[in-house]
Design a protein. Sequence first.
Lengths: 199, 1055
Amino acid sequence: MDLSEEQSIADILWFLSALFDGPPPENIWGDIPESVWSALNPESTVGPTPSQFRADQLKDEYVHWLLVPDPGAKFGLYPDPQDLPDQHGVEWQWEILVAVLDVPWKKDEFVDGRAYPMRPNHLSVLLAVLAILLELPWDRPILDHTVDEWFGYGLALSRTILARLVSELPDNSGYRAIAASAQHYLAGLDQWHRLIDSR
Amino acid sequence: MNTDEKDIGISRKTFVLGSMGAASTLTALWGSWPWLPAMFHRRGTYTYPMRTELWKDVDVRYSVCRQCRSDCGIEARVFNGVLLKLDGNPYHPNTTEPQLPYNTPVADSYHAPIPHSLCARGQAGRQTVYDQYRVLFPLKRSGPRGSGQWKTIGWNQLISEVTQGGTLFHDVPGEENRYVSGFSDLWKNGQGPNLPVDPAHPDLGPVTNQFVMFWGRSEPGQATFLTRFASAFGSVNALPHVGICELNHHVATMQSLNGQIAMLKPDINNAEFIIWFGANIYNANFPMQTLGRKVAQAASEGDLRFVLVDPNTPNSAGRAARHVKIQPGGDGGLIMGMIRHIIEHHRYHSVFLTSPSYQAATTRGQSNYTNATWLVIQDPGHPDKGQFLTASLAGLLPSTDARASHPVVIDSATGRPAVADDSPSGTLWPTGDLSTKSVKVNGILCQTGFQALYESARTYSYQEYANIAGIPESTIHELASEFTSHGTKAVADFYRGPAMHTNGVYTGRGILTLNFLIGNIDQAGGYITGGLPADFLGNYKNAPYKLATWPSPHRKLPAGVPISREKTAYENTSLYHDAVKAGKNPFPTPRPWYPFGFGIWHEIFAGTWYQYPYPVKILFQHEANPAWSAPPGMSGLPDETLPWFRMIKDLDKVPLYIASDILISESSRYADYIVPDTSYLETWGMLPGFPTVPTGVIGVRQPVIEPLTARTPTGEPMSVEQFLIDVAIRLNLPGFGSHAFHEGGELINREQYYLKMVANIGFYPDYLAKKGSQLVKTGPVPDGDGRYERAAASRWKARYGNALTGDQWNKVGYVLARGGRFEDYDVSYLPGPTPKLMTYGYGHGKEPCQIYNATFAKTHNSLTGVAFMPVAFWEPVKFFDGTPLDSVDNANKYPFRLSTYKQPIHSKARTWADKWLVELMPDAYLDINPLDARRLGLKSGDWVRVASASYPQGIDSPVRIMPGVRPGVVSFPAAFGHWHYDSGQWSINGQIQRGDPHLITPVRLNALMRRDPSLTDATGWGTSMIDPVGGGADYYSTRVSLTKIAKKSLDPTLI
């Protein structure tokens, strides 16, 4: 299947979203070729790549470090209040944006070992919503902002969370490696997005 | 590389090609990966509406607010399960005047062209539900109590551990072998309710009373549920927070009426003159916005003039005719001076006051009556001194007569004693006008209740009363004169300000007496009871569900005495009688008893600390934050030397501490377990109206969104109710599980209970409607067969279909779709050309207005043994042992009185989670009068150290120059000074969590408030000053000193 630029990026974002929604099952993790990671983070020269970690290790890490969904956590998957790029109501508006986009981010039930997002600024939701936004016209207005502006907002939030994860998670951890790859990929995405803006 | 690409650090080509390559690899794997996020739609179509109100498919759900206790109806707009916006419910009279007629089609209400407002804190409530720091899973402490160390546990583990008990904290150093009693240790397979907690005193109740539940906020409906659990378990300890709120107001009102009605309010729409004592109009009170709206309208467009009596300046001062900046604790001086003036100048309503019975009153055109003319035994040696003379004691009827105990008056016409029921008019002055000399009846010296009142009123001169109140004497006379110049269209109303002193009940009795003197009860423009709510418990004929009781085996023991010794007369206990029998002085008791008060937090904690009258085993806290909020002097700072912290950290006195909460607050931080609870937008309640609204009101709070809390193994949202239900099922408590209701049916989730309450509301037959010139009963609501009514019912029916029967769902849909059940606006007054009498009134009960309360005369301060005053009275602020505060705390050392007040943007602890409100005013200040500020060399923004005798180390605060505060008084708003409410630091599963440091802002000065040395033990553990009659805590009497200190930063991250 031929994918457009945006669709390709969206699929990567879905993939990353899933990784922060919960640890990958063992039988799937082994299927992911190293080439995916090198594509996400081609300039990585330090530290292990995610594929060097076993699925059971990732599961332990996720449950112990990332599952408890309290914001403010050292390894939390939500933005801290001070992370919010613009406090003029935009933080709340993200909730409404997600409602408008009909993203059913709330889960019907709590599944042991997987995220149970209480707000749609959980990293897994942020990444998924970015993927959804990629499929919309950039200049489409939603709630007093364009899709382009919303994308920039969500991207900034996601990068903030990832930066904290990379900074705080132990160097030899699998989820740090995943976060580092995601961080690098989103840095590239940010520049790609700014290039779109400048056209 | 093109020009564009030069500007970025990563090659666009590299990025795009990498993405496409990786995506194609992933796409190949995609279909076999069920793990990938099925939770999201992919590549669908979306809608982009721009205005919430106009969005298609937005659900409108009516419910009830809980941002304060006004219980306003709310209109929640929900889209795709997300709460977008909160406004007022146009059917609800709190938010809309006149409210929509109840039979207005629901679809029309969505576009109602009338203001249906909600206050700022109400609108901000969605930030509470989406607060990012909410607790969604059960937490168990993994370190010492208060260490902030937590681990997550599963629901079943939570239920099992608290039920079974054991060495629950064996992994915590120092607690390896500490056995913790669980519910089953008290329940004892159902025998606990039959085993006395003290075999020598079985009237204290069973061992199950050692389960103590208290709450900060839980209103009718939910509180009814919590009490059902406690009662089924065999505990009387289901206790609200009233003692730190306005308890003395309620006790004064109840003990001036029939012991049940706790609040009256002015009929603002028709009143001509109102004096508000410490009621904080526009800022607070019940309902805040309803009162504010009515007062603003009546004062600007109608005939209302009003006076504020308050050492602070509420926002309503802008419209007030007069503002009397009273000396805190001195309200009683003004009131008793006014009473004296009214009596001595004969400006009282003599027809009203001389009617000795309901029959006599109605014959003379009055709607109710008083006991002012009833004779009271004053013979010093008589065993019934202070009690009403009875017909048999007066020799009017034999003791075997059915009316032998009825009161006696001196009949005005004959001048002879008569049974009150038989006299058309009694005399107030049997020994001459303004004479307090006793009259002898059947050899017994007696006074009328009115004489006793006058004797009390003339204890002090007008000038002395003026000095007590800190006002000119002329103010007393002027206010008394104007108050008595509007017939029955004047009202004296009050709330916390004058009441929450140690003399609060007596002061409140004085305010009620002012109203009795002009006969304004139940009158249009007078002091009114408000409408009756529909009965959700089903205590009416043919109610679908009788929810007040449930199938339960007979229990052998009395329910017993609450840990706070409230609602219990010590003189009626075996403790008292045993002491008397043994020839011992029954006074003092180890801690006070409170026959009139209820919900006395400080005595819950004192009972726990003193283990009196029995030790506590399980302390259960629901939506409460006593570490921050109160009682005065016992908490309010992160200082673990303060009494509340000492108590809660004592593992012997509090072996098990469970908190249900929506986040880890200053208090739940100390819990052993935190039960994740639903916020008010995710739960239920049945909320009656306040007397401010004269028609029948019952708002129904229903979840407007799906609860965010995690699900239990049975699929129910975790909540306080589900916790109690699952504990009850585990123990096999009556009233839960299968066969939970008299009508049959199970109770395994909360909806099975609350929906039955809604059914009772729907079938309630006694609401009124105006038909022509008549008021007629409406009967039950119609069947809700419209689209929105069906939707309102099916939302619950789909999941909880067995909660109700088929026809009941139709009524329930009608009620839920409107957010409750409300009488129409035109039911307020009895039909007539002009409003004269309220439709609902106190007089309907045919009980007297109590100028004289004989029960007070035989009830004692259980420390001193001194009987309470039966009439309005002024006494100085005292410690419980009778020592005047000012004789101990020197005015030179502590020259200021500390006061506090509410703002309209906050209420108690919870609204601090709403960042919109925090943004409005992030920091608080100590307000100081400019005269005092100049004397101390202070200007706004300077800092002072505020110290008191109870907290001499002091608390630092910025100051704000505020002309509205009385000189000699300093005051602070009540909502600030949090240190662990969406802020602070804790750990879960070993990982550090941090709240928002910007939320730690000054200032809260409750820790300074005076503790009572006569209620303090040898270790220094003590409680606040307390009104011995009502039990309410004293918030406004503390003397403090101010010392200027160097300025501090207001940026909490820099402090």
